[in-house]
Design a protein around this ligand. Sequence first.
Ligand code: ADP
Ligand code: MG
Length: 603
Amino acid sequence: MRTKIAVGAGLAVAAWLLPYGLDSYAIHVVNVILIFAVLAVGLGLCMGVAGQVNLAQVAFFGVGAYATAILTTHNGLGFWVSGALALVATVLIGLVVGTPALRVQSHYLGIVTLGLALAFTNWVTNAQLSGGAEGISAIPVPTLPGVDLSSEYLYYYLELIVFVLALAFGLFVVRTGLGRRLRAMRDDSLAAGALGAEVPLLRMTAFLLASVYGGVAGVLYAGLIRYVAPESFGIANMFLLLGMVIIGGRQSLIGCVVGAVSLYLVREWLADHPTIAQLAYGAVVVLVVVFAPTGLAGLPERLRDLLRRRRGESGTAARLAPFRPYAERAGQTSGTGTPILTVSAVTMRFRGLKALDEVSLTVAPGEIRGVVGPNGSGKTTLFNVISGLYRPTGGRVEFLGRDLTGSSPYRLARAGMSRTFQNLRLFGDLTVEENILVALDRSRTLGAWRYLLGPIAVLRQDRELHRRARDVLDRYGLTEFAALAPKSLPYGIQRRVEIARAVAAAPSLLLLDEPAAGLNGEEVRQLSEIVRSIRDSGVTVIIIEHNMGLVMSLCERITVLAGGRIIAEGEPAEVARTPAVIEAYLGDSMDSDDLPSIPEVTK
Ligand code: ADP
Ligand code: MG
């Protein structure tokens, strides 16, 4: 902490003194670099942090600059009024560019945003309002009482302040709830949705953030150069910007700044050889993507990892600390009352295949329900329909008395449903603690305005979330893994993290898809204890499992699926005796006399 403050203070002094050592050309270069740095931070937020491919950043930049130019020269408005209006215009364009992101993904999004960027350059090159190919000159000097901003030395300080604020705001977003949700969405949008993250709105937010940064950079540019022309906002600069973000490290905003500074200096250095320059940063970008996908910012960590592996240190000597049970909730009405979940005649068809065929089941609050069946019998598909990942071809799903058939996963999550996945879907680039934090955080994306108007409240809420996350980690015996990436952990621990995360979302119904797969005997015993405790704390649990011992001892009722149909349902002992189950599930090589392989029901 103290070194951080020292480094920060050192940088501040250096930044303040910088102009004293520079000639008039050098200060101009520095001023342009600061503008690119603001742009790169915005692009880093959208592409690196939120994972939304955005090739329209240069168009946001252009809209900000052109709108300022047009409003000052054509409409005779003052510079700052024009700047503010230009920012509004950029955000509106951000909304337009972000709209396709609600529907299309990754590569397609790249093409769509590139198309919009091209459309912008085309428009400014041809329209009369924007001065055609000549552009617009004679933009007035921004006025500031007592400061002559026509001096590039003084303009530097204006830019420095804006840049520091922009970077600080970006870091603030990344390190608190909104940023965590954006990163979670980037790592696994499906799992993020299942935890209540409003994925479409978050994508839109990413584009809006990028557009604000683009707009701010555009206004600064108009005030600095006082002349705008189409080529400043064309594809060449878009790729330069992309290079800055990729080389610096797209997931680290500081990395984006480092990338902006270094790549711009390389461009200056090679200014007399534009073809070589283009090839050079093309080559550097390719090398970085291949050999250091996390960019310059990710290098120290990769080196540390490499050294650790050289020394033969294994990740963690994993012994899970014991689970600390939840307080039992008094007055549990196990198995009675109105159903928490009613599935009525649900059919799910994948082209020719009927994965679910008129499946109906009712789960009472406080129950632990087992769902068993051979591989491919439709168990996971049933969970996917219940949790909103699939819209069923027919039938209805009622949750807590409301018909929520076909609702989006995040709506269901917010209504109180939570799940784990058969093939683990942890957020890989978030720490274990952050995985839990994403689930704990129930704030709405529409509440993101608080980042501008009430940052202190945001920070306070985040501190409270961290406290609760530490509680969860402690309860699940995960404290020592809090700061680690999930993928560095053994399978059994990852499974437990996923359960802890699902429960952290405070569900009333928890769906567990094969939680014992890949666990050893002791881990299965602990799992059984955990699930029972979760139920005792008032959560209804549906568990898909192949481990018959676990299902038989844990569940009050069992539903048996085969070929997409329910072939039996009832208490464990009763179900185990059903001939259809013995035939379908245990295979006909086994008859009921062999059933002792299913342990005694211990409840
Ligand atoms: P289980 O979880 O019981 O092993 P699943 O629900 O995963 O079974 O699968 C049931 C059937 O549905 C399988 O035949 C599987 O191939 C098919 N299926 C599941 N999801 C899809 C999908 N998205 N597209 C096509 N077929 C699918
Ligand atoms: Mg399955």
